[in-house]
Design a binder for this molecule. Structure first.
Ligand SMILES: [Ca+2]
Length: 413
């Protein structure tokens, strides 16, 4: 059975950090076996739809008896969205209302870091992902994504970079290196994970802004709505030649709805998860120049229960998702687990579940890359916004709450 984190004192307006005693009190031991409420028991949303191949949805539930412990590293984070580990064991963490903070290695929480451009913190918008590269110790460079106000035109996803001061209190030399176009008047579907690849490029994922009039632009390679893009970390496209005729050169793949999770696989290729409509969350392995279908094909339905478009799930020239969830999990971030620390999880894909209020783990066939099993952990404890793997192999989670937490998951001792 899932065990709720013990209640902790409410943070005062000054957001005090947890004392060592409070951290100890927040340490839990719990078995991680899939819970009794089988997440595959619910009826699918679109009963008439059929997967394109066996295992594309509702993979067998994994019975996992790994005993895990969760430690609250820091609390008092308001709707944290993204995190990046620093060489000293600290974590940069974004708060969606527009603050970037440092969670120091001892768990203490810094004041908001100064120097960020204005964000539009409405609906799903705000300060979103944060990333650093392996050379951070010498470069002090930070990249972050956010919903950028665009005046009368509305808003759009943007990416900026800057240099963190040695005392980690402010960012300098701040430049915006990516602006999603066109701007749109919407508070929904901003993407926007940041993933560095191994060839010097920076993947940015976007959303199609949810608005019905904007949806078809996910299919238009001349716009940056509903795309995976690949840019140079200093700005501009990584490749001059467009992957799609008439398309922008930074467009990597098209036909996405709202991609809030992305990571590199051990082989260096990009994987993403995106929010579908009802019953249509997707895991994809996006390749350059390919079309992932939205809004033409989808396994989801409108929230009204009506089909999306013609209700088609497959079409020539459009890629099938590797996996889809029906019912949905509402995915946040994702990470491949390649560490030795939790041996049973090696080579699994970890996905943050917002709607599922769980950490989702998928096992993949090493050759076909198809999903062979699904497990869920910490069911019902909190909406999980992001997951990543610390350098020491522990799994780190951010919970999407007014009083959100950075949580460390490790084997129980
Ligand atoms: Ca798709």
């Amino acid at each position: 059975m899932p065990i709720l984190l013990p209640f902790l004192p409410q943070p005062s307006p000054s957001r005090p950090v947890l004392s060592a005693a409070m951290v100890a009190a927040a340490l839990l031991l719990l078995p991680a076996a899939a819970t009794a409420a089988d997440f595959n028991d619910a009826l699918p949303n679109a009963a008439a739809q059929r997967p394109a191949f066996p295992g594309q949805t509702r993979a067998p539930v994994i019975a996992d008896t790994t005993r895990l412990q969760r430690t609250v590293v820091a609390r008092g984070l308001e709707h944290p969205w993204g995190m990046a580990e620093l060489p000293d064991g600290g974590w940069l963490v974004t708060e969606r209302p527009g603050r970037l903070r440092l969670v120091r290695a001892d768990g203490s929480l810094s004041a908001p870091i100064l120097g960020l451009p204005a964000v539009e913190a409405t609906g799903q918008g705000g300060l979103l992902d944060v990333a650093v590269r392996d050379d951070f110790a010498t470069s002090l460079r930070v990249w972050w994504s956010y919903a950028e106000p665009r005046g009368a035109e509305g808003n759009g996803t943007a990416v900026a970079t800057g240099t963190l001061s040695a005392d980690a209190t402010r960012l300098t030399d701040v430049r915006v290196i990516f602006r999603q176009t066109p701007a749109w008047r919407s508070s929904l579907h901003f993407g926007s994970r940041l993933v560095f690849d191994r060839d010097g490029g920076l993947f940015v994922t976007t959303g199609e802004r949810s608005d019905r009039a904007a949806r078809p632009l996910a299919q238009d390679p001349a716009t940056l709505l509903g795309k995976v893009v690949r840019i140079h970390p200093d700005g501009g496209p990584m490749q001059a030649d467009p992957a799609f005729p008439g398309g922008l050169p930074e467009v990597w793949s098209i036909g996405h709805r709202n991609v809030q999770g992305a990571t590199l696989a051990p082989d260096g290729t990009l994987w993403t998860v995106e929010h579908g409509p009802r019953g249509g969350d997707e895991l994809n392995h996006p390749q350059r120049g390919k079309n992932y279908g939205w809004p033409v094909i989808t396994y989801g339905q409108e929230y009204s229960g009506n089909p999306v478009g013609t209700g088609t799930t497959a079409q020539a020239g459009m890629e099938q998702p590797v996996y889809y969830w029906d019912p949905v999990i509402a995915p946040g971030g994702m990470a491949f687990y390649t560490a030795d620390r939790i041996p049973g999880w090696r080579n699994s894909l970890l996905i943050a579940g917002l709607g599922a209020q769980a950490l989702v783990r998928l096992t993949l066939d090493p050759v076909s890359k198809l999903v062979t099993g699904e497990a869920r952990y910490f069911d019902g404890t909190a909406r999980i916004r992001d997951v990543t793997v610390a350098r020491d192999g522990a799994v780190m989670l951010l919970t999407d709450e007014d009083d959100g937490a950075l949580i460390r998951v490790d084997l129980a001792r």
